[in-house]
Design a protein around this ligand. Structure first.
Ligand code: C2E
Ligand code: MG
Ligand code: MG
Ligand code: MG
Length: 277
């Protein structure tokens, strides 16, 4: 009887509301047709260097405008695809599309590097070789693209992720740690992994001007990054006060709605042309 009850429990439907569950199923089952149907785009968000107010690059952020559900956030669908092991085709599309956009920028006379986000699974296998081929196909030098990885994606998977990052850097491609400070990780990986940039997570920037603890954390991260020879980028800068606080703390660069939202390529080109340092 107890076993029967346990079995009932095991086979009981999951607690998730059915609308949520069906959205998960929709995402899993339609990602490949959505790619083919052109429902995905990359938007570009500029990065601003504080010492001279120059734009120094952009981050490519994935957008899925679903015919069935309207715009879906990558914060929603990327983790779902990661959990079901379905990131490969999307990641490949992101890589090719990033290279294509860098080429489009080049034709518009804009030489800024573009960073794309990689999932943990991307770093397994022949990642750096695929990046190299994409650059070659679009006739781009290695300084024109950068890769953003989260601490959790490199920590979970020490050996192969470290190797993938090392071969990217051997090609001359810069690597950023995204959402720095939010992963359940030790700092030891900063020693083990070859890195160029620390991106300070938006959650610390939000409290920067009125929470002394957040301010102290940001201050310490910047000091640590300096000591390790890493460039710092603050994410999610929304106010002038945050920007000035970051400048005072010696942060190198900022990204956020204060400068610009992630923009479609044409709007990004117009933004860069209109920018005066
Ligand atoms: P992320 O890489 O940390 O990207 C920063 C997120 O913060 C983006 O959200 C961006 O639109 C948002 N953001 C930028 N400035 C501000 C600001 O001033 N205020 C606020 N509130 N938000 C700001 P988004 O585009 O929704 O992306 C969410 C996450 O999804 C990304 O976080 C990244 O982890 C993931 N992601 C996005 N595109 C890709 C992709 O092509 N591949 C992979 N694997 N992951 C991606
Ligand atoms: Mg990122
Ligand atoms: Mg980030
Ligand atoms: Mg973040």
């Amino acid at each position: 009887q107890r076993i029967a009850r346990l079995r009932e429990n095991v086979e009981a439907p999951p607690a998730a509301p059915s609308a949520e569950l069906s959205l998960v199923r929709y995402i899993e089952s339609s990602v490949n047709t959505a790619l083919a149907a052109g429902e995905f785009t990359l938007h570009l968000q500029p990065k601003l260097r504080l010492k001279d107010n120059r734009l120094i690059g952009a981050e490519a952020l994935l957008r899925w405008n679903s015919a069935a559900h309207g715009p879906l956030s990558p914060a929603l669908f990327i983790p779902i695809l990661e959990r079901s092991g379905l990131t490969a085709r999307v990641s490949d599309w992101v890589l090719q599309e990033t290279a294509r956009l860098v080429q489009v920028l080049g034709s518009a006379g804009i030489e800024l590097p573009v960073a794309f986000n990689a999932s943990a699974a991307d770093l397994r296998g022949d990642f750096s070789e695929r990046v190299r081929q994409a650059l070659e196909r679009h006739a781009l030098g290695p300084q024109r693209v950068e890769v953003e990885v989260t601490e959790t994606s490199v920590i979970g998977d020490c050996g192969s992720a470290a190797a993938a990052l090392a071969s990217l850097r051997a090609l001359g491609i810069a690597v950023s740690v995204d959402d720095f400070g939010t992963g359940y990780s030790t700092l030891a990986y900063l020693r083990a992994f070859p890195l160029d940039v620390l991106k300070i997570d938006r959650s610390f920037i939000t409290g920067l001007t009125d929470n002394p603890v957040d301010r102290q954390i940001v201050d310490s991260v910047i000091t640590l990054a300096r000591a390790l020879g890493l460039h710092t980028v603050a994410e999610g800068v929304e106010t002038e006060q945050q920007l000035e606080a970051l400048r005072a703390l010696g942060c190198d660069s900022v990204q956020g709605y204060l400068i610009a939202r992630p923009l479609p390529i044409e709007a990004f080109i117009a933004f860069v042309r209109g920018w005066t340092p």
